[in-house]
Design a protein around this ligand. Structure first.
Ligand code: HEM
Length: 461
C-alpha cells in the first residue's frame, strides 16, 4: 500500500481547492447535517469477500465536493426564502475502517500496520486500550470492545427516514451476501420541534467549529477568520486531513502516501442523565443564588439558545445566539464564563493556552433517543463524532488534559478550576468562588477510533 502507483490526480499534487475535493469523503470537512443518521458497525469474515463488499459500497460513498455543493445550495435557498428549502433532500454515506479492518483487507498487512502504528499510536491501540487516558469504563460499552473486532463503520445520513430505511435494507442484503456481520447499530435523530439543533440537556449544539483554511473562505476584513463566521479562526487543513499543511509543521515523513486525504474519526456514544442534570441545577441554583437556567448556562458557558456568557470581541458583528467572536482575555478569573464551563474547558481560546489551533476537532455529533419529556425512562444521549489527524493531541487532549483535569485552566489566580461538569470526571468544580459537587451526567457507553480513508485508497484496497 505504501507504494501505490495509480494515485488519483488529487493525490499526486495537482489539487483542486479542498471544497471541490473528490478524494476526501463526505462529513469530514463538509458536514452531512442530516436529521437522521445510522451508524453500522461491521466485521468482515473473509478478506476477499470483504474487498468485494468494499467495491460495491464505494459507489454509494459521498465526497466533499458533492456534500459541500448541496450545503451551499441549501444555505442559498434558506437565505432567499427565509426557511429550509423543503425540496432539497439528500442521502449521504461514508465509510471508516479500524486498524483491524485495514489490516484485514490490505494485501500487504504488515506495511499497513507499520504505517498506522507510526502515524497514530492511539488509533493503532484502539479506544479500549486508551480507556485509562479518556477515563472510560469499557465494561459499560455497547460497541468498541476489542473482542467485538469491529472492522468498519458505515455512516448513512438522510433528510428522510424512508430513504434511510431503503439504504438500510439494501446494505443488509449486501452484508449478508458477502459475509459481513453487523456487530452493532446506532440511530441518531435530531430532536423534534423546538428542540431541533439542541442536545438533550436542552442547549443549542454545533455552534463553534474551527474554520478550515483552503476549505472555508477567508474574511478579507478579518484575516485569519472565516468569512461570515466571526470567531471561527482558520486552522490549517492538515489538522483534520492527512497530507495537507498542519499547525504542527511538516509531518509528511510520518504520513504514508496512502493515508493522504484521509481523516481520523472518533466515535463516542455518550449517555446523558437528564433527570440528574435537572436535579443538580435545582440544587446548585440555591447555592449560587440564581435560577436553574442560569446555573445550566454557567456549566456550559452558553445559554440554552446558544448565546455565550462571554462579551463579544466586537459588538458591531452582531449579538445573535450563534455568536462566536469572543475569547476569555477580559475574564481571567472566570467571572462571566466560569473557567470550568464546558466550552471554556474544551476550547480555552488562546488566553490561557499557547497553541489553541493545534487542539481543535471538527464535531459531527447527533443526539440519540427521545426527548426526556416525551419518555423519561428511555436511554438518550449524544453520538459524538469528531475528526482530527492526531487522536492523542486533539480529541484525547481535550478530554484528558483539559476536561478531566481539575488543574486546567486555573484562571489568573492559578487556583484549580475543577473538572468539566458535562464530560469530565465527577470531581466538582468552582463557579464564581463557590465549590460545587456533581455526579457524572454523561457516561461513555461505546467508543471507537477509525480512519476515514481517501476514495483512491479505498479503491486500491
Ligand atoms: C461545545 C454539549 C461532549 C467538545 C458544546 C456546546 C454544547 C455542548 C451545548 C456549545 C455549543 C457549541 O459551541 O457547539 C455537549 C454535550 C456533550 C458534549 C451535552 C456530551 C453528551 C463533548 C466532548 C467533547 C466536546 C466529548 C470533546 C472531548 C466540545 C467543543 C466545543 C463544544 C470543542 C466548542 C467549544 C468552543 O469552541 O467554544 N458542547 N458536548 N464536547 N464541545 Fe461539547
Amino acid at each position: 500500500m505504501s507504494e501505490l502507483l495509480h494515485l488519483h490526480a488529487e493525490q499526486r499534487g495537482t489539487r483542486p481547492p479542498l471544497r471541490k475535493s473528490r478524494e476526501i469523503q463526505g462529513n469530514v470537512l463538509a458536514a452531512f447535517n442530516k436529521d437522521h443518521q445510522q451508524f453500522r458497525f461491521l466485521r468482515f469474515t473473509d478478506a476477499k469477500l470483504g474487498r468485494t463488499w468494499l467495491a460495491a459500497v464505494i459507489g454509494y460513498l459521498s465526497v466533499t465536493a458533492d456534500v459541500e455543493d448541496f450545503n451551499e445550495a441549501f444555505s442559498l435557498g434558506r437565505a432567499m426564502f427565509g426557511a429550509d428549502p423543503q425540496s432539497l433532500k439528500a442521502t449521504w454515506a461514508n465509510l471508516s475502517l479500524t486498524p483491524a479492518g485495514l489490516v484485514k483487507l490490505a494485501v500487504n498487512p504488515d506495511a499497513v500496520a507499520e504505517d498506522l502504528r507510526r502515524r497514530d499510536p492511539a488509533l493503532w491501540m484502539g479506544a479500549e486500550a486508551r480507556a485509562d487516558v479518556t477515563g472510560d469504563d469499557p465494561e459499560e460499552w455497547l460497541f468498541g470492545r476489542d473482542e467485538q473486532r469491529i472492522h468498519a463503520v458505515v455512516t448513512v445520513a438522510s433528510d428522510c427516514t424512508e430513504r434511510l430505511q431503503a439504504v438500510d435494507t439494501m446494505l443488509d442484503l449486501l452484508d449478508d451476501l458477502l459475509g459481513v456481520v453487523k456487530v452493532h447499530q446506532e440511530l441518531g435523530e435530531t430532536l423534534p420541534g423546538p428542540l431541533k439543533g439542541r442536545e438533550h440537556f436542552g442547549f443549542k449544539d454545533g455552534i463553534s467549529q474551527p474554520g478550515v483554511r483552503d476549505f472555508h473562505e477567508e474574511d478579507p476584513h478579518r484575516p485569519g477568520h472565516r468569512l461570515g463566521h466571526a470567531g471561527a479562526v482558520l486552522v490549517k487543513p492538515g489538522e483534520f486531513v492527512f497530507g495537507h499543511d498542519s499547525e504542527r509543521g511538516d509531518e509528511s515523513d510520518r504520513t504514508a502516501r496512502w493515508l493522504h486525504n484521509g481523516s481520523l474519526q472518533v466515535i463516542r456514544r455518550l449517555t446523558q442523565d437528564v433527570a440528574g442534570w435537572r436535579e443538580a441545577l435545582e440544587e446548585h441554583a440555591d447555592a449560587l443564588g440564581t435560577t436553574p437556567d442560569e446555573t445550566g448556562a454557567l456549566l456550559i458557558g452558553r445559554h440554552r439558545d446558544g448565546r455565550p456568557l462571554a462579551e463579544p470581541a466586537d459588538p458591531a458583528l452582531g449579538l445573535g445566539p450563534d455568536r462566536n467572536d469572543f475569547d476569555y482575555a477580559d475574564d481571567p478569573w472566570g467571572e462571566r464564563t466560569p473557567c470550568a464551563a464546558h466550552i471554556r474547558k474544551t476550547n480555552p481560546r488562546s488566553f490561557t493556552y499557547r497553541a489553541p489551533t493545534q487542539r481543535r476537532i471538527l464535531r459531527r455529533g447527533i443526539p440519540f433517543g427521545p426527548p426526556y419529556d416525551d419518555n423519561p425512562h428511555a436511554e438518550r444521549g449524544l453520538l459524538f463524532v469528531a475528526h482530527c489527524t492526531s487522536i492523542r493531541e486533539q480529541f484525547e487532549f481535550q478530554q484528558r488534559v483539559w476536561a478531566n483535569n481539575p488543574e486546567f485552566a486555573g484562571g489568573a489566580d492559578g487556583a484549580p478550576t475543577g473538572t468539566d461538569p458535562v464530560i469530565g470526571g465527577a470531581d466538582g468544580a468552582r463557579f464564581g468562588g463557590t465549590e460545587l459537587a456533581f455526579p457524572r451526567f454523561v457516561r461513555t457507553t461505546g467508543a471507537l477510533y477509525a480512519l476515514v480513508p481517501s476514495v483512491s485508497t479505498l479503491r486500491l484496497l
